[in-house]
Design a protein around this ligand. Structure first.
Ligand code: GLU
Length: 482
């Protein structure tokens, strides 16, 4: 196998959204391509028409692009090995199914779905481990086959799996995997509707797209022996296989759509940054060989080798993802965050017409937010004066004793320069003149400008809100006292 020019592919079926498990597979393929100077292909496996979902393609493209996993060849991109959508390659599959029939590696099966159900039930009743097809049509004579065709009976094409021995393949992650042939049934390759099954189509495409390494989730391990048989039947060299370890849900069991495997786009909506999600996914079944956890994509590519892919399951730890996201939030470009946050503020009914002002607000909030959505949820007061105050806090902070201090600040603030030192000095001077501690006044000021309490550093907030706005808000608060 020529592994010099690495070509890997991510081959999703458009049957729904791209969930995080799929994204991890895409990422590892991408990383392997980038780390080896190879090519990362995207191929759409849409031959199961019953499960096809129209919107799915758009969502898969959008999710991959949001994560930054741009493909080198594939739909919307082109390349020399297309088309990259399987439903546009049907002739190739049919032609090759015929080659298998001609070579005696496959046969036509006329069994009805009722009969297959019956066979399955009987096998279950006998508790037979191998529940596959009973091979009734495997030895039909050419005359019988022709008679069935002439009678207009629909048929599928099945693989003629060997009846004895074992099938072995090398897995980059797990080493040699051997399967006794009784675990491999006469798999359907071509369906009655003329569409190939996944097995036939993916083997043909991997061959003709010159895929060197097949990296996919380990739920496909059981299918690989069939693929190995197909490569043999065609006389082709098989690619190198690498089955990525299962991802477990924090509550136990395999991560599934039911058990916490949200879509990539749900994480976007939930306020996660693509860089953080990517970093997190890269550590599901891989590590850089040292104890680094925060790595940007360049660092991951630099450290990525298939040798470090683990065969052990990894756990999808939401809390760790949240922590990681918080780390990325701290130093993230505030202008980029603004593109996400401003629409969220607008959705909350706020008027945000000054982007520079919004960026200033984001700078204050991003260091204390774990998610993009948290910025949006905690920043309302920067855009609208409070119309009411948290009742409990108001009762505690807006006291008769503090009122003169607020009034004095309303009088003094307008004439000072609006910077940290001057504001701080003015508050201290007012406190001193009233023989109060500034620590008694500040919580009231905080409530006056926010309406809810909390928030970033008080003086930073004043500066961001601006002199007029700060004075107005303190005045409004002071008016509610007494
Ligand atoms: N279409 C398969 C899927 O949806 C691809 C499996 C493979 O990579 O071979 O996961």
């Amino acid at each position: 196998m020529n592994t010099e020019n690495v070509r890997v592919r991510f081959a999703p079926s458009p049957t729904g959204y791209l969930h995080v498990g799929g994204a991890r597979t895409a990422l590892f393929n991408y990383l392997y391509a980038k780390a080896t100077g190879g090519k990362f292909l995207l191929r759409i496996e849409d031959t199961d028409r019953t499960r096809f979902q129209e919107d799915s393609l758009k969502e898969i493209f959008e999710s991959l692009r949001w994560l930054g996993l741009e493909w080198d060849e594939g739909p919307e991109k082109g390349g020399d090995f297309g088309p990259y959508i399987q439903s546009e390659r049907l002739d190739k599959y049919n032609e090759h199914a015929q080659m298998l029939l001609d070579g005696g590696h496959a046969y036509k099966c006329f069994c009805t779905s009722e009969r297959l159900d019956q066979v399955r039930k009987e096998k279950e009743a006998r508790k037979e481990q191998h529940g596959g097809y009973d091979r009734k049509c495997r030895d039909l004579s050419p005359v019988e086959v022709q008679a069935n065709i002439d009678a207009g009976m629909p048929f599928v094409v099945r693989l003629k799996a060997p009846l004895e021995g074992t099938i072995a393949f090398e897995d980059m992650v797990r080493g040699t995997i051997e399967t006794p042939v009784n675990m491999v049934d006469d798999t359907v390759l071509l369906k009655t509707d003329g569409f190939p099954t996944y097995h036939l189509a993916s083997v043909i495409d991997d061959h003709f797209m010159e895929i060197t390494h097949v990296m996919r989730g380990d739920e496909w391990i059981a299918s690989t022996p069939r693929h190995v048989l197909l490569y043999k039947a065609f006389g082709w060299e098989a690619p190198v296989f690498a089955h990525l370890p299962v991802i477990l849900s924090p509550t136990g069991g395999k991560l599934s759509k039911r058990k916490g495997a949200a879509s990539v786009m749900d994480y976007k909506k939930g306020g996660y940054l693509p860089e953080a999600l990517l970093n997190f996914l890269s550590l599901l079944g891989w590590n850089p060989g040292d104890d680094r956890e925060l790595l940007n994509i360049e660092e991951i590519i630099e450290a990525f080798t298939a040798k470090k892919i683990s065969s052990k399951p990894s756990v999808f730890d939401e809390q760790k993802l949240e922590w990681m996201n918080g780390q990325y939030m701290e130093n993230y470009d505030p202008a980029k965050l603004a593109e996400e946050v401003i629409p969220l503020w607008k959705d909350r009914g706020l008027t945000v017409d000054n982007v520079d002002y919004a960026i200033g607000v984001i700078k204050l909030l991003q260091v204390r937010s774990k998610k993009v959505t948290e910025i949006a949820e905690t920043g309302d007061f920067f855009f609208a004066d409070p119309i009411e105050y948290n009742e409990k806090q108001a009762a505690k902070q807006f006291t008769e004793a503090v009122k003169p201090a607020l009034e004095k600040l309303v009088a003094d603030f307008p004439s000072i320069s609006w910077n940290k030192e001057a504001i701080e000095a003015c508050i201290e001077a007012v406190a001193e003149s009233l023989e109060m501690k500034s620590g008694k006044i500040k919580p009231a000021l905080r409530l006056a400008v926010t309406g809810v309490g909390g928030g970033p550093d008080l003086i930073d907030m004043f500066i961001q809100l601006g002199q007029d706005c700060t004075v107005r808000r303190i005045k409004n608060a002071s008016n509610t006292i007494g």
